[in-house]
Ligand binder design. Structure first.
Ligand code: M6P
Ligand code: ZN
Length: 191
């Protein structure tokens, strides 16, 4: 394993911008239109309003080797597709036995998690919340506020992102606006 020199990255709490990002990923609605329950509304927005930014990830570049601890920020813009709030794609770790830690920097989000054996969990995150994603739990973050939701994440380098399982099955629950409040409802299309 190569010896990495210690380093510090400055994190801008309200934008998620890193002083020296190794990579920046932007996910627009067109990258995940079929992940929203109301796909007709996603198609209408794309046709009439354009391809809005849903979230941006800024991370440091580290080798994908055992023991390395990649870390990044994620900024989810406020908004909804139909009733459903802006969210990340969400993933299981390819190595299911690897966990992750999130730390809230700005705004308010819900961290939606589930296992392949039927458990579900939704945790509220604000600035200052340290949320633990244990091994075996798929994770997706949702912006339930009206400003950007920004959080910091750390995971083990070999965890890997398994997007395919979520792309195929979705999450068991959706986070939607109901009677003026964010709410968790069952996903009718799950599985
Ligand atoms: C968090 C971490 C990252 C992830 C990002 C966006 O910051 O879990 O590993 O890439 O959220 O989520 P996703 O990869 O599911 O789009
Ligand atoms: Zn992860």
């Amino acid at each position: 394993m190569p010896l990495i020199a210690p380093f510090v990255t400055e994190v801008h709490f309200s934008s998620g911008v890193l002083s020296a990002p190794g990579y920046v990923i932007q996910r627009n609605l067109s990258d995940m239109a079929n992940m929203y329950a109301d796909s007709d509304e996603a198609a209408r927005i794309l046709a009439e309003d354009g391809d809005r930014l849903i979230y941006e990830v800024q991370g440091v570049d580290l080798p994908a080797e055992e023991g390395q601890l990649p870390h990044c920020t994620t900024r989810i813009t406020p908004g909804r597709i139909g009733a459903e709030f802006h969210m990340t794609k969400g993933h299981y770790h390819a190595r299911r036995e690897q966990g992750e830690v999130y730390f809230g920097l700005t705004g308010r989000g819900w961290l939606v998690m589930q296992t392949e054996t039927g458990e579900s969990s939704v945790q509220d995150m604000v600035a200052g919340s340290a949320a633990y994603v244990p091994p075996y739990w798929a994770h997706r973050t949702v912006n339930v506020g009206d400003e950007d939701f920004v959080f910091f994440s750390v995971w083990e380098a070999r965890a890997g992102h398994d997007y395919g399982t979520i792309e195929r099955d979705g999450f068991r629950v959706l986070v939607v606006m109901r009677d003026g409040q964010p709410a968790v409802v069952d996903n009718p299309k799950y599985g």
